[in-house]
Design a protein around this ligand. Sequence first.
Ligand code: ZN
Length: 278
Amino acid sequence: MSFQCSNADFHVRSVHDNELFAVRRQALCSSEVFRDMFTCCGESEETLDLHETADSLAALLILLHHPPQPPTKIKRDKYNLIPKVWNDPKTVIPLPLLPRLFELADKYALPPDFVTEVLGEHLLAHASEEPLTVYVIAHSQELHRIASQASQFLQPMANYSLHEVKAIPIEAYHRFVQLQDTRVKAMRKYLLSEDIFPHGYGICASHSRETTQLWHSKRMSLAVKVETLTDVAGEMEIVVYQEPVQSCAVCRKACIAAVEMLRYKCRKIPRTVDKLNA
Ligand SMILES: [Zn+2]
């Protein structure tokens, strides 16, 4: 990480690597720690020695001189269950850098809003790809909203290794298992009770039996495979592209309506631990 300051009036030194950085004094003042140092030491000192590596110091100076903006968000199609919002990857701080930035923000007392609203949003941007890592970092920073948001992207807990789940507190692990169990049971219930011609509504005179059977066999085979992240409506939508549904306007209409009803019901199932009843 490299840091440059064009209108410097002060220096800080990494004692660890004996590297000097030209900085702007005013920029350091968004850190409460630096503000306190300047208050008690006055303006006399021209160089401040810090027990940081040059790399860490550069990272801190970038945070102070050029505070990052939250990632740029792109709204997705409303039918895409998760994630609803996509972040432009070019604007997201890479996940491996974030733990150190949180550590520096904490150590140098950067404004709490910056930590939650900027660093937190960058962390959240990785939740769909790396939910467990994001959860663990968010939990350690007491960013409860982000920890909870990350829970919706977790794989079934059995998919993780012991080494991975060891990073989660036992209480949280239990909540995840409860959340996933609740989701699977609810999805299975909705799936098995959703008929393609509910109470004969929208029934097709030509294919009532064939289409009912097709729908039923698809939902039975799906029901045994449902996991916490399964898109039940999306899976059932495949029936729209199978015969006789595909070529029959009446069957197609009924199938689309059933898929939409399933999608609507599944959207109501809790996705995050904070939505789970205690
Ligand atoms: Zn038909």
